[in-house]
Design a protein around this ligand. Structure first.
Ligand SMILES: NC(=O)c1ccc[n+]([C@@H]2O[C@H](COP(=O)([O-])OP(=O)(O)OC[C@H]3O[C@@H](n4cnc5c(N)ncnc54)[C@H](O)[C@@H]3O)[C@@H](O)[C@H]2O)c1
Length: 322
């Protein structure tokens, strides 16, 4: 007996390099800004991400979002021991679907989308929260996401920058690429905007590191048990986050919240500031801190831009038939 089925169209697949070709940093920044606004307005939906532990190796994360006629699922890993095997720590696949029919419309490499949207949100947060005369950028942690954060900060008009990493070659490579310089932790932390993108297993920002007018983007602590700043440093800043539920359970703010030093009313979501529904930086001398935990709506914003680039024939895709 034969089972008839509707014709299944070919599905475009965007690899790592094609995603980066499709979505330059400046586009990613604007798309992520729009995504945060649409989510704040209740037009985009995002259930909480689901963690699936794979002990002792790491974890998988399933991250769904829906908006602008598309739905996305990112299936992404964090396997810290992978570099020893010659494999990336973070890897995975994104499925983009039509929100009206449920049909998959594209598969995308998740590493490139994640790197772009993570760098992009740092630039969006700095533009909204740093002093208007802020220019210099300190990058603490110059690995994959530190590098894309720096590239997005350049695309948003920031620089010169100081790159710091205990792996001197990582800092030198990034500084060389951007015509910035390498420096000590103190030199990086003395910049107008400081982006911390370390693995989050040791404190790189303490109270003594803070200077008047500083804006901090804390990007490395994106899961339970990670932190890049001391609890005292966090509690002494004016606080912002990407999304309260996620940030309060698995982000830079979590330690200060658990210690009873920070409450929901002390933290403003970035989308509310972008929409003009909440104040941003209170004054030129304030120290602001943005906690990025990484949202599926950021992935949706970048994946939708990559899909649009393919539809407009600006990039070519491989195809598969499921
Ligand atoms: N917020 C988000 O949306 C988001 C997205 C992706 C990744 N992340 C997180 O960002 C962190 C970095 O990820 P990655 O993929 O860039 O990792 P990576 O391994 O490529 O880079 C981390 C870099 O930090 C450096 N480093 C370690 N300790 C340091 C210290 N004390 N001071 C300065 N640099 C130090 C390492 O030498 C390395 O170069 C991870 O914790 C990851 O989970 C967050």
């Amino acid at each position: 007996m034969s089972v008839s089925c509707a014709v299944v169209p070919e599905l475009p697949v965007l690899d790592h390099d094609t995603v980066l070709q499709a979505v330059p940093p400046a586009t990613a920044i604007e798309c992520v800004r729009q995504g945060l606004l649409r989510f704040h307005a209740g037009e985009w939906a995002m259930p909480a991400k689901v963690y699936l532990q794979s002990p002792p190796f790491g974890d998988f994360r399933a991250m769904p979002a829906r908006g602008d006629g598309l739905a996305l699922l990112k299936w992404i890993t964090s396997f810290p021991g992978n570099p020893q095997r010659g494999l990336p720590t973070v890897n995975g696949v994104i499925c983009l679907s039509d929100a009206e029919t449920g049909q998959p419309v594209m598969l995308l490499d998740a590493r490139s989308v994640t790197a772009l949207r993570t760098g992009a949100v740092a630039a969006v947060a700095a533009s909204a929260l740093a002093r208007s005369d802020a220019r210099t950028v300190g990058i603490v942690g110059c690995g994959l996401h530190g590098a894309w954060t720096a590239r997005c900060m350049v695309a948003a008009g920031y620089g010169l920058g100081v790159c710091h990493d205990p792996q001197a070659d990582a800092a030198a490579a990034l500084a060389g690429e951007l015509d910035w310089r390498t420096g000590t932790p103190a030199e990086a932390l003395a910049c107008d905007v400081v982006c911390c993108v370390t693995p989050g297993n040791s404190v790189v920002v303490d109270i003594g590191s803070l200077h008047a007018g500083l804006h901090l983007n804390m990007l490395g602590a994106d899961g339970p048990g990670k932190a890049e700043a001391s609890i005292g440093a966090v509690a002494s800043c004016v606080l912002f986050c990407d999304e309260w539920e996620q940030a309060s359970h698995g982000g830079e703010l979590t330690g200060a919240i658990e210690a009873g030093l920070v409450a929901r009313s002390d933290v403003t979501e970035l989308g509310a500031v972008l929409a003009g529904d909440a104040p941003g930086r209170p004054g030129a001398e304030s120290v602001t801190l943005f906690d990025s935990t990484g949202l599926a709506i950021q992935d949706l914003a970048v994946a939708a831009a990559a899909f649009a680039a393919w539809e407009d024939n600006r990039v070519q895709a491989q195809t598969v038939r499921l």
